[in-house]
Design a protein around this ligand. Sequence first.
Ligand SMILES: [Zn+2]
Length: 318
Amino acid sequence: MTTQTASSLLARIRSGQPLLADGATGTFLMDRGLKPGDCPESFNLEHPGVLEEVARAYLEAGADIIGTNTFGGSPLRLEHYGLEARTEEINRRGVEAVKAVAGDRAFVMASCGPTGSILKPYGDTEPEVVLKAFRRQVSAQVAAGADAVCVETMTDLEEARLAVSAVRDVSASIPIFVTMTFDATRRGFYTIMGVTIPQAAAGLEAAGANVVGSNCGNGIEAMVAIAREFLAATRLPVMIQSNAGLPVATPTGVNYPETPEFMAQRVARLLDMGVAIVGGCCGTGPGHIRAFRDVIDRVARERATGGDRWRTRDRETR
Ligand SMILES: [Zn+2]
């Protein structure tokens, strides 16, 4: 990564022009032979061409930001597959595959999921172990030229904070996005570790995240409610990557019910509210991202021609 790309990504976000991230990768990998229980990141070593195909599909769908297949690229996860020693290679190749396709047409967002280890006092993992694991993963991603790091699907605020400080240890300037996963309960939204949205927003902002928000766990309508809470709780840019609804088990496998059209209508609401980055999570594909692209372009045209009108609407929906 050059400082110029990092500052241009943050400048794009701050300009108020919404940015489009990509959708899910898992379905592509399953279509290309990934079996349940396999390590998805083994594709980075064995089938980098598939990763390029995925990136190309999202680039052609209009994504401004494309994620890497490194969600499970923590050495603490890779050790379950005997791949810990290949942590650097897996993360480097994940970034390289997207970069080869994106060139200077899209930003490369390196994904970091949870380590899978539970921190003390709930589990038996020392914070230092998690910090070192994130540093190792992110070092390889930054060295390979990632434009941003996305710490995603987090449920433990402490683990997310450790990830943010690991990224800052590695790079003083790379933009850090952090998205957490919430469940809708009768008392409101909580992560499975009991973190509320205001706690997440305040804790991540204090840790030094540049962008905060939510991914996974919910369909687009719950994400509209989650986004509203984030926007009320922080002045940082907010990112939302929604699942295509909640998974439904069918005889042929898991199905995600929300169509591109259904989701795109609600994406328009996210943009009106002031969400800075939208994209998809489980069950979304290039069709969804293309539909989001159309909405973003339409909103950008409306803002260019009738700026006062959207600002009025913005105040009303907040
Ligand atoms: Zn997901």
